[in-house]
Each structure stands twice: as C-alpha cells, then as structure tokens.
Design a binder for this molecule. Structure first.
Ligand code: PHE
Length: 340
C-alpha cells in the first residue's frame, strides 16, 4: 500500500514551491491528470485487499480535495511564466501591456458654456442656475410682457399640463428664455448684483439647420446705482474680445424688448471672425433694465439702474468653430464631437 502521508506531504511542499502558471499546470497534471497520482491510487483499489479499500478510497479523495484547493489558492496569486514577477506571489503583473482607458471629454456646448462662465467670473459675475420649469409670472408678467400682448409671440412657449400652484387658473411652462432668472434672483437679493444665468430654453420652433426646440442661453445682468448703457457696451465688448479674439468688430443695433429700455441687439463682423465677408451676425439681445421690472421684483422706484443681456450659446459656438447646422449639437455623433 502507498504511504499516503508521505504523498500528501510531498504534494503540499510542491504546491508551496509553485512559482508560475506553467508550473501550476504541470502540477495539476501530475496529481489530477488522467494518468496522475490520484487516478493511480484509485486504480490500485482493484488489486487491494478488501479491508484496505475504504482507507485507500478515502486517502485518494482527500488528496484530490487538498490538491484542488492548493491549486486554487496558488492560481490567484501567480504571474505568467517568464514575467519578471514569476516566482513572486503577486496578484498583478504590471509589466503586461495595459488596456488603455478611452477618455471622454465635455460636450462642445458644455465647453462653450464653461468658457463663457469663466470669462464672466473673471469680470466679477456670479453664475447661478434657475429652473427650466417656470411660471407665467417669471417668464412673462414680471418681465413686462403682458399675457395678451403681441410681443409674447416672439417668445412662443411650451405649456405643461400642470397648474401653477401659486396662481389660480395659470399653468406652468418650459421657460422660453433665461430672462426669468433675472426675476427670481432680484426677488431674492438686493443690489449690487452682477449675475449670469446659464441654461436650457425651449421654443416650439420647426427644427432646421438654425432652429431647435431646445437650445441654450446665458443671461447676464448687473444692477447698482448709476449703471449706464456705456457700462453695458464696455462689458460686452470686453467679453466678445476675450471669447472670439481681440481683432473682433461688433456693433449695437437698436431693437425692442419689453424688459429693457432702451434695447439693442449685438452683431459681430463675420469678416473679423475669419468667416465670410461683409456680413454682420447677431449674437445677443441686451438693454437697460426697464423700471417696470424693478417694480415687479419690489425694488424701490428710481433707486437702481442696471443692464441685462441674453446670448445664444449654440450661436456663439457655431460662429467660433464654423459649425453650420445646429442639429449637430444634439445628434451625439462622436465623429462630430471628438473634433472639439
Ligand atoms: N431674453 C431675450 C431673448 O431671449 C434676450 C434678452 C435678454 C434681451 C436680456 C434683453 C435683455 O431673446
């Protein structure tokens, strides 16, 4: 009969000495293979005397269980043969070529918004987000846009099937511009204020290369005593030069908004931007905050003046990077996105 104790002892020592995956394979074959030691012991059963059979069977089973366990324990910590770590009990092999992580990056619109925020923060503005679901008061009435006034058509709106809990018979809506941010922030805070409000806005426009039913704006406003139109002009010129480059030419063109008086739109010169010739491209609306807006937020009459502006983020990115179709921003085609 075999000396089972000695076989087990030897198997244990050999297992302890295993130093790489190849050696482990050979060890497995030696003990558990078809012609391995465990199989050999079982084969010896037929020739054994009856009173030994139980002990032999048990010894073979025990050996198989132990060897299996040692192999399992060892295989967790072994490096492949030939690697500098073979022979050490290491769980990883840092010399193997790694799997490169594919790094993403912020979406071009996020990059653009971050860049706009960065410029204004350096100029002393705080960035605050306000809700996309708004009340008629914040989106219209507080901004001096009467609900039955035709100027409302310019801000055509998606209404929600949900009542405004604060105004009887009125429904909530998706904001059609970021200007309601002015109302919310002025209601909460007293001047001096210098704030920008970045975010999404919604309008039921037919989608084409230059219209989307969702897009992004950055609102900005500054309120204090004795703020003048020249302050607005200086700020926007500084912003545009920092965003587009210092050779940029821009112009202020008279316009109308119910919440600013006087109002203007700002165009930048395509030529100085390096795209096309002799064309002026509109990038934002602005003006001096209408005293009716100060009244709506409860500021004392005549005490403060201020300016406001609202710029289109997609517009800015399209002009800066020469993108000709607004839909590219939302299709999430990596061939487009990874260019920026
Ligand atoms: N809210 C206006 C729009 O969406 C832009 C604007 C903002 C104009 C602030 C004047 C002052 O067109």
């Amino acid at each position: 009969m075999h000396n089972f104790q000695q076989i087990q002892q030897q198997a244990r020592e050999e297992a302890q000495g295993l130093s790489d995956v190849k050696a482990l394979g050979a060890y497995r074959l030696k003990y558990l293979g078809k012609k391995g030691i465990v199989a050999e012991i079982f084969a010896s059963l037929s020739a054994a005397v009856p009173q030994d059979k139980a002990a032999i069977g048990k010894a073979a089973n025990d050996l198989r269980a132990l060897v299996t366990q040692w192999i399992e324990e060892k295989s967790k910590g072994l490096a492949p043969a030939g690697s500098p770590l073979a022979g050490q009990d290491a769980g990883i092999d840092p010399s193997l070529p790694g799997t490169a992580a594919v790094l993403g990056r912020p979406h071009l619109l996020t990059q653009t918004i971050d860049e706009i925020i960065d410029v204004f923060e350096k100029l002393g503005f705080a960035s605050i987000e306000t809700p996309e679901i708004e009340t008629e008061f914040h989106n219209f009435t507080g901004l001096n846009i009467a609900l039955d006034h035709p100027s409302r058509d310019a801000f055509d709106t998606f209404y929600l099937d949900q009542d405004d809990p604060g105004a009887k018979g009125r429904r909530l809506l998706l904001r059609s511009h970021t200007s309601p941010g002015q109302i919310r922030i002025m209601k909460e805070h007293k001047p001096p204020l210098a704030v920008i409000v970045p975010g999404r806005v919604y309008r039921p426009d037919a989608v084409d290369a230059s219209h989307s039913l969702m897009f992004h704006q950055v609102e900005g406003f500054l309120v204090d005593r004795k703020v003048q139109f020249s302050d607005l002009k200086g700020l926007l010129m500084e912003f545009c030069k920092r965003f587009f480059g210092s050779s940029l030419k821009m112009r202020f063109r008279p316009h109308f908004f119910p919440f600013t008086e006087p109002s203007a739109e700002v165009d930048i010169s395509a030529e100085t931007l390096g795209i096309g010739k002799k064309k002026w491209l509109e990038i934002l609306g602005c003006g001096m905050i209408n005293p009716k807006v100060f009244e709506a937020v409860g500021y004392p009459s005549g005490k403060y003046t201020g300016f406001a502006f609202g710029l289109g983020v997609e517009r800015m990115a399209m002009l800066k990077y020469g993108i000709n179709d607004i839909r590219l921003f939302y299709q999430n085609d990596v061939r487009f996105l990874r260019q920026f």
